[in-house]
Design a protein around this ligand. Structure first.
Ligand code: ZN
Length: 412
């Protein structure tokens, strides 16, 4: 008989956990290093210990729970996600990956299965990046993307530092935040998009994550009175900005099937009803799984920005502040997930992710892949986030069999 998780136990635990920081509209408010995030961590530590895991907390507050393997010196299989949330975020994002990993451990305990390799469950610090930027800070330090001191110096809107707040909630651990050799890393997460449900699938085998470009754009024109200034004498920075917004939308229609583009931030000054906008700063975000498509979109929007500035008689500045290439996951890990989906009898599809995850950083140090479960209406980062529990259960069973295939032993 195929071993399977206890869906009811997992549900009870999920509901209990999401009472921490619960909002009236059915979401959770547990931003990184908040009081609610502290209570969520306390709960995880308690449950990890009850499940027989050896808990360790590193200097970034990343929380690990280890279960020894028959071969204690073998490289461990690491799996998990995060439990910090957006402000008034959803119950599923990150949470199912951590509690699902714990459920996998409990299932192995119940079935008396000892893997060859050690297993480690992880809950990463500050994945969301809403209170302390950048996001994925805990996994970023763990994988040497960021220095520890850089992370500690990040501040929130009240000028409280990551380090102070981590110490305040009692989660600045002793373990150095650095990675050991790992056999593999897996993360189950909600899709945050509509494709799985559109394709009647309960599981996504995530081949990799989109690459992206972030640009800052600024137009400089001339402030003047909105009444007496005739139209032909205006240098309106917001008019050029609106051309850029439209151009981004047009480019995504022809730039490639998966190209997405967003102008997500616009700051107008002086931002007054009767003054012509003198300066506008805005951002452009382009993403695709095809790096050449991002390259081309960036080249095109540069031309559009120059043309918009010229039409309106403006100076402009353009800076690409971040460029990350598409990140393909490990073929062997993907095959294990696909095999596990077949073992479990899940409807699955291969897909890519438009959003970044801790798995991106883990992918730079060890073989990595992700499992997606559907998001109702593709919605995430809000209290309305919803995934059918059956799909969470199916995804967690896929995680279970993926971990078993990776860790070897009598579970096979
Ligand atoms: Zn997440």
């Amino acid at each position: 008989m195929t071993v399977a998780i206890d869906a009811d136990r997992f549900r009870r635990r999920f509901d209990e956990f999401n009472q921490i920081g619960a909002t009236e509209r059915g979401g959770v408010n547990r931003p990184a290093l908040s009081d609610a995030n502290e209570r969520a961590r306390d709960q995880l530590v308690e449950w990890f210990e009850e499940a027989g895991l050896t808990v360790r907390i590193d200097e970034m507050g990343n929380l690990f729970g280890r279960r020894d393997g028959a071969d204690p010196d073998a490289d461990p299989v690491l799996f998990g996600s995060h439990v910090d949330s957006q402000y008034n975020g959803g119950q599923y994002d990150g949470v199912i990956g951590v509690l699902g990993a714990l459920e996998v451990i409990e299932t192995l305990e119940d079935a008396d299965i000892r893997t060859d390799r050690p297993l480690e469950v992880v809950s990463w610090s500050n994945e969301e990046g809403v209170r302390f930027q950048p996001d994925m800070l805990g996994s970023g330090v763990y994988t040497d993307v960021f220095d520890l001191e850089y992370a500690y110096e990040r501040t929130d809107d009240d000028d409280l530092s990551f380090r102070e707040e981590l110490e305040r909630i009692g989660y600045r651990g002793e373990t150095p935040c650095e990675h050991d050799d790992l056999h593999s890393y897996y993360e189950m997460h909600v899709e945050q998009g509509p494709y799985l449900l559109e394709n009647d699938c309960s599981v996504g085998v995530v081949e990799g994550v989109y690459g992206f470009s972030w640009m800052n754009v600024a137009f400089d024109g001339k402030a003047d009175h909105a009444g007496p200034t005739p139209m032909h004498l205006r240098n309106d920075a917001l008019v050029a900005t609106s051309d850029v917004i439209q151009a981004v939308r047009r480019l995504t229609a022809v730039g490639g099937p998966d190209l997405v583009g967003t102008v997500g931030s616009v700051e107008v000054s002086p931002n007054s009803i009767n003054v012509i906008p003198e300066r506008v700063e805005c951002t452009v975000d382009f993403r695709s799984y095809d790096n050449a498509v991002v390259d081309e979109a960036v080249a095109q929007i540069e031309r559009e920005i120059a043309a918009a500035a010229e039409r309106e008689g403006l100076e402009y500045e353009l800076e690409e502040i971040m460029r990350v290439d598409a990140d393909p996951f490990d073929d062997d890990c993907l095959e294990r997930i696909e095999d596990a989906a077949q073992t479990v009898g899940a409807e699955y599809m291969r897909m890519t992710s438009g959003a970044g995850h801790d798995a991106n950083y883990l992918n730079t140090i060890c073989p990595t892949a992700m499992i997606f479960v559907p998001s109702e209406d593709g919605i995430s980062h809000t209290e309305d986030e919803f995934t059918e529990w059956d799909d969470v259960v199916t995804g967690t069973n896929v995680l279970l069999h993926t971990v078993l295939a990776s860790a070897g032993g009598d579970g096979r």
